[in-house]
Design a protein around this ligand. Structure first.
Ligand SMILES: [Fe+2]
Ligand SMILES: [Fe+2]
Length: 283
């Protein structure tokens, strides 16, 4: 799929039907969740994934303070994108509940309130900085979005394989279909924005190489982030998976050839994290 303008990408996105329709959700066999074993080591992983989905609203608000969020095409996309990500978080939370993992009644509020003031301060500084760069930073935002969407889809795929729980698989396959649509949007807008200028390419390359970290870093406890990455991608196969399905796709974007940061960082977390040290109660 090749698009000529950002508007073409948005028009395509708006034609895509949701995978998680009301019918899909109504037909999830919740009563079968307990019929299948669910390895408890994936509970923190699902909590982390749920939190990231729910915190999309926070990222959305942060972006609205920048030229990227004020862009007519991108802001239109983000309105629907934000709603879809919240559904993902809600389905994951329901799965946990059905599997016997209780979550507080106001779990969404607790996630939002648990983000530290330091994070909010840091995010505000970052928005101010990106505002100084202006429109050229949009390409970087979109490249980051592409990495995050690709990584989310691969995390869910990996969890399907490792957890091997039929109801979870069914839910995650529906979520992955929506993540793939998000990826197409971000990837194509990133390509078009990066093509516009060498400056945009240089900034994107610099920021990813220097600063990229897994989505949720800083907003969630570091040990939970590390545990999730190490559990899903801590072995050789996991790193190869990330390299082939995230890094190599990002490298095809203008100006990002040879950027190995995502593979390098995931491999580093895998090497340095001992998952048996993690205490579930802290999640
Ligand atoms: Fe999502
Ligand atoms: Fe997504």
């Amino acid at each position: 799929m090749r698009f000529k303008t950002n508007q073409d990408v948005l028009d395509w996105y708006e034609k895509q039907e949701r995978a998680l329709t009301k019918d899909f959700i109504d037909e999830i066999p919740w009563n079968e969740v307990k019929n299948h074993p669910f390895d408890k080591r994936f509970v923190p992983v699902l909590l982390y994934m749920r939190d990231i989905e729910i915190l999309t609203d926070m990222y959305h608000q942060e972006l609205l303070r920048t030229p990227t969020g004020k862009d007519k095409v991108i802001s239109k996309f983000m309105e629907r994108w934000g709603i879809e990500e919240i559904t993902h978080g809600e389905l994951i939370n329901r799965f946990l509940n059905e599997a016997g993992i209780e979550t507080p009644e106001d779990w969404k509020g607790e996630i939002t309130r648990s983000v530290t003031n330091y994070y909010h301060f840091y995010a505000r500084c970052l928005s101010t900085l990106t505002n100084c760069i202006g429109k050229s930073f949009t390409a970087t935002h979109m490249a980051y979005g592409t990495i995050n969407e690709l990584s989310a889809a691969q995390s869910y795929r990996r969890l399907i394989e490792l957890a091997d729980h039929p109801v979870l698989t069914h839910i995650l396959k529906g979520i992955i279909r929506e993540e793939s649509v998000h990826t197409t949007f971000y990837l194509n807008i990133a390509r078009l924005e990066l093509k516009k200028s060498d400056f945009a390419q240089k900034i994107a390359r610099f920021v990813i190489k220097k600063f990229w970290n897994p989505v949720g870093s800083g907003a969630r406890p570091q040990d939970l982030t590390d545990y999730t990455i190490a559990t899903l991608f801590g072995d050789e196969k996991g790193v190869e998976w990330i390299d082939k399905l995230v890094t190599q796709k990002i490298q095809m974007l203008p100006g990002l050839d040879g950027v190995t940061k995502v593979t390098d960082r995931i491999a580093e977390i895998g090497r340095e994290t001992n998952t048996s040290d993690f205490v579930l109660a802290k999640a």
